[in-house]
Design a binder for this molecule. Structure first.
Ligand code: THU
Length: 130
């Protein structure tokens, strides 16, 4: 799938972000192994620590729709330096995607694609549990 498709979907869902505390809105869109796009935005809580990032909302949406494998994910925020997934999200993306491309974009057309192995070297995952 073209990066632009995922970026457009992430940019659109970013408008639904619930971020009254940080005012930092993020949108994410992922591609599943069967070619679907599934989106998520960040959702904050008055109990700040309960906030969930856009990337994890997208992954939880995918899993709850019966998907089990993601092949690409995009993150869109309104920052000059492109916003990467936080550490917690890197772990979750790894568990359902492994070494997939992560497309970072902002609202000004800047785009960079990085690999998960570079964002989360020597990752812990289910293979250690066997
Ligand atoms: N956030 C995301 O949704 N994704 C990221 O990649 C970075 C951070 C959210 C969490 C919180 O709602 C706000 O951005 C500020 O940290």
């Amino acid at each position: 799938m073209e990066e632009k498709e995922l970026i457009d979907a992430a940019t659109a869902v970013r408008k639904n972000a619930y971020a009254p505390f940080s005012e930092f809105k993020v949108g994410s869109a992922l591609e599943t192994d069967d070619g679907e796009i599934i989106v998520g935005s960040n959702v904050e809580s008055a109990s700040y620590g309960l906030t969930v990032c856009a990337e994890r909302v997208a992954v939880w949406n995918a899993i709850s729709q019966g998907k089990r494998k993601i092949v690409k994910i995009a993150v869109v925020a309104d920052t000059k330096a492109l916003t990467p997934p936080c550490g917690v999200c890197r772990q979750i993306i790894w568990e359902f995607g492994g070494d997939i491309p992560v497309v970072l974009a902002n609202l000004h057309g800047d785009i960079e694609t990085v690999q998960m192995r570079d964002l989360l070297p020597r990752a812990f995952d289910t293979k250690f549990l066997k």
